[in-house]
Design a binder for this molecule. Structure first.
Ligand SMILES: Cc1cc2nc3c(=O)[nH]c(=O)nc-3n(C[C@H](O)[C@H](O)[C@H](O)COP(=O)(O)OP(=O)(O)OC[C@H]3O[C@@H](n4cnc5c(N)ncnc54)[C@H](O)[C@@H]3O)c2cc1C
Length: 310
């Protein structure tokens, strides 16, 4: 939550606007910084995943999106932009962000769908058109929205006249978008790689796929998962999908995949020899199990105080 502070302080020190107007501009800056922070979280930093887990990262990512929109609403309702284009960009970036947020809450989070069987059915039906990969691209419109807000700030004279602030504002934007572009489009070349060595059916709707890694993965822990994409195979798309490792081998990893959707149903076509890219490993399953064992041990120890015996 300290992420916006340098930006807010710099603007506060440079601007001589009346305090009321300044407050609402600062609120707009808080919204912008939270959107940027949500973008940073979307690249799934592996060290943060080991610390808090991907679920919490996604939860925070979503919360930042909602809170930023609330802050942007108050900002927009209480401040004015004399420049026509700045006003237009401010208004339309808000409507676009609201639309993308509603879409993402429905299709990409479990916030609504996990609470109602009816919504699950509606989502499955709609996903025939709005496939996961399409949703990913619709969600990425947030990058365009960030660009619109960036331009909105640059077109506002009372904001852009503060040189030091604008340098910092641009720095925040360039660094965050740079991290995103690196992790999503340039960095994948640095992902782990391997080759499919076996792909067998297990029952009617499950497959066991083994991948020999080019290099032993020493950081792999039991229960971890990777985002896999099969390269150069016309049989299955290059989308990245998450699957958990089902054994304890760090040179050849095996996945047990349930086939129930557009992508997984085609997995049977993946031939031995297909190259695979793997993003990860992610997961906290192993550390959660170990913590649980430690708690059990300290609970049952004869030296444990009575209140800790469980
Ligand atoms: C952390 C994690 C670990 C998983 N481990 C396993 C495993 O070991 N074995 C297994 O069988 N399944 C696993 N899954 C589920 C598996 O990733 C999905 O079943 C698969 O991606 C669905 O693809 P589909 O297109 O065939 O199905 P669809 O019917 O198109 O989609 C089914 C559901 O999966 C979601 N989904 C589709 N694509 C993705 C994607 N790229 N990323 C995230 N969600 C997506 C859709 O939104 C939809 O709600 C795991 C999922 C997660 C999040």
């Amino acid at each position: 939550m300290a992420f916006p502070v340098p930006l807010l302080l710099t603007f506060h020190l440079q601007s001589s606007d009346p305090w009321r107007l300044k407050f609402y501009i600062l609120l707009g800056l808080v919204a912008y910084s939270w959107w940027l922070l949500a973008i940073v979280l979307s690249v799934r930093p592996p060290w943060l995943d080991r610390l808090v887990g991907l679920r919490s990262i996604y939860g925070l990512h979503g919360m930042l999106g909602v809170l930023a929109l609330a802050a942007a609403y108050v900002h927009g309702e209480n401040s004015y932009a004399p420049e026509r284009w700045a006003r237009w960009l401010g208004d339309w970036s808000f409507y676009a962000a609201l639309t993308v947020l509603c879409y993402s809450v429905f299709f990409m989070s479990g916030w609504l769908v996990d609470r109602s069987m009816l919504l699950v059915k509606v989502k499955r039906l709609l996903e025939r058109v709005f496939r996961h990969q399409l949703s990913v691209w619709i969600h990425r419109l947030n990058l365009v929205i960030v660009g619109m807000i960036w331009l909105h700030a640059h077109l506002l004279d009372r904001v852009s006249e503060h040189f030091v602030f604008m340098v910092l504002f641009d720095l925040y934007t360039v660094v965050v978008l740079g991290i995103y572009a690196w992790k999503k489009w340039i960095g994948p070349d640095t992902f782990k790689a391997g080759t499919v060595v076996a792909n067998h059916a297990r029952g009617g709707s499950t497959r066991k796929v083994s991948v020999a890694l080019d290099q032993e993965e020493t950081s792999l822990r039991p229960g971890d998962f990777f985002f896999l994409s099969f390269e150069g195979s016309s049989a299955v798309s290059r989308e990245r999908h998450p699957f958990s490792v089902t054994d304890d081998n760090r040179e050849e990893v095996t996945f047990t995949m349930r086939q129930h959707g557009n992508y997984t149903r085609r997995l049977g076509n993946v031939q031995a020899g297909t190259r695979v890219r793997l993003e990860g490993p992610f997961g906290r399953f192993d550390s959660i199990v170990q913590d649980h064992h430690k708690t059990r041990r300290s609970c049952s120890s004869e030296w444990a105080p009575a209140w800790r015996r469980c």
